[in-house]
Design a protein around this ligand. Structure first.
Ligand code: C5P
Length: 262
C-alpha cells in the first residue's frame, strides 16, 4: 500500500453536509440482533421514519456483508461498527475491503495509534478514488461509553487524567491523523467540539431517554442533552430494540431530538 501524505488527501466530505442533516438521519439505530431476518424486519418497520442504521459485531459476524448490502437497499446511511484495531497494514487492508464492498460509515480504535489511523485514511481514499466513489466517513473510537473514569484510572492505569481530557486528547489525535470524527459519550462532546472544530463528526452512543435503564453503559446522557452538547449522530440500540413498540420508541426519541433543536 503506497503512502500518500494525509495532508494531500481531500477531506471525505463532511464540510457543509452537516447543516443539511435531518433529525432522522442523525439517529443511528443499532441493529444488535443475531440474524438478518430480525434486523431487516425492524429496519423495514423503521424505514418510513427515515432513520439511519448501525450494524455491529453480533450481526456482522452472523451474516457478513450480505446484511450490509440488504440494509443499504433502504437508501439510508449504514454505519458498519467493527471497531478495527490491529497493526496499520492489517487495518489498511480491512478498510480497503470494506470500501470495495460499500459502506457509508466505518470505525476503528484511536488507541491503535497514529500510524494505524493514517493508514486507514490513506487506504479509504485510495480505494474510493480507484472506484470513483466518495470515501466512507472514518470514525475513531475513543474510550468506550461502557468505561467510567474509575476504569480509566484503575484498569487502564491512566491516572491523574479525567475522562474528558483523555477523550479530548484521542479526538485531537484522530483529527490530526485525518479521521472524519470520533465515537465518544455526548458528555465529552463540548470539550471535543472546542478542540476539534465544527466540522469534526461526533458520534455518540450511551444514549438513554429519561427513565431508561443504563444496562452496561457507564457514560450515559439523554437524546436531547446529547444534541444540546453538540453531538452530530446519536447511536441508540436497546431503548429501541428492547421496547415493546420499537416504532413508538423511535418516534418518541425523534420528537425529543426535534425539541432539542428548536
Ligand atoms: O443498546 P445500546 O444503546 O447501549 O447500544 C449502543 C450501541 O453502540 C451498541 O451497538 C454498541 O456496540 C455501540 N457502541 C457503544 N460504545 C462505543 C461504540 C459503539 O456503545 N464506544
Amino acid at each position: 500500500m503506497s503512502s500518500l501524505p494525509v495532508s494531500s488527501l481531500s477531506k471525505t466530505g463532511s464540510e457543509g453536509a452537516k447543516a443539511a442533516l435531518s433529525v432522522e438521519e442523525r439517529l443511528f439505530v443499532a441493529l444488535d440482533y443475531p440474524d438478518a431476518a430480525t434486523a431487516l424486519a425492524l429496519a423495514e418497520r423503521l424505514a418510513p421514519l427515515g432513520v439511519s442504521y448501525k450494524i455491529g459485531l453480533q450481526l456482522f459476524y452472523a451474516e457478513g456483508m450480505a446484511v450490509v448490502h440488504q440494509l443499504r437497499q433502504f437508501g439510508k446511511t449504514v454505519f458498519v461498527d467493527l471497531k478495527l484495531h490491529d497493526i496499520p497494514n492489517t487495518v489498511a487492508g480491512a478498510v480497503d475491503s470494506l470500501v470495495i464492498q460499500g459502506v457509508d460509515f466505518l470505525n476503528l480504535h484511536t488507541q491503535g495509534g497514529p500510524e494505524m489511523m493514517r493508514a486507514a485514511v490513506v487506504s479509504a481514499q485510495q480505494a474510493a478514488s480507484r472506484l470513483g466513489q466518495t470515501p466512507p466517513k472514518l470514525i475513531g473510537v475513543t474510550l468506550l461509553t461502557s468505561l467510567s473514569e474509575q476504569a480509566l484510572n484503575e484498569f487502564l492505569f491512566v491516572e491523574g487524567v479525567s475522562v474528558g481530557e483523555y477523550v479530548q486528547h484521542l479526538a485531537m489525535q484522530a483529527k490530526k491523523a485525518g479521521l472524519d470524527g470520533v465515537v465518544c459519550s455526548a458528555q465529552e462532546a463540548p470539550l471535543i467540539r472546542a478542540a476539534c472544530g465544527p466540522d469534526f463528526l461526533l458520534v455518540t452512543p450511551g444514549i438513554r431517554p429519561a427513565g431508561a435503564g443504563e444496562q452496561d453503559q457507564a457514560r450515559v446522557i439523554t437524546p436531547a442533552q446529547a444534541l444540546q452538547n453538540g453531538s452530530d449522530y446519536l447511536v441508540i440500540g436497546r431503548p429501541i430494540t428492547g421496547a415493546s413498540d420499537p416504532v413508538a420508541a423511535t418516534q418518541s426519541i425523534l420528537d425529543e431530538m426535534r425539541g432539542a433543536l428548536v
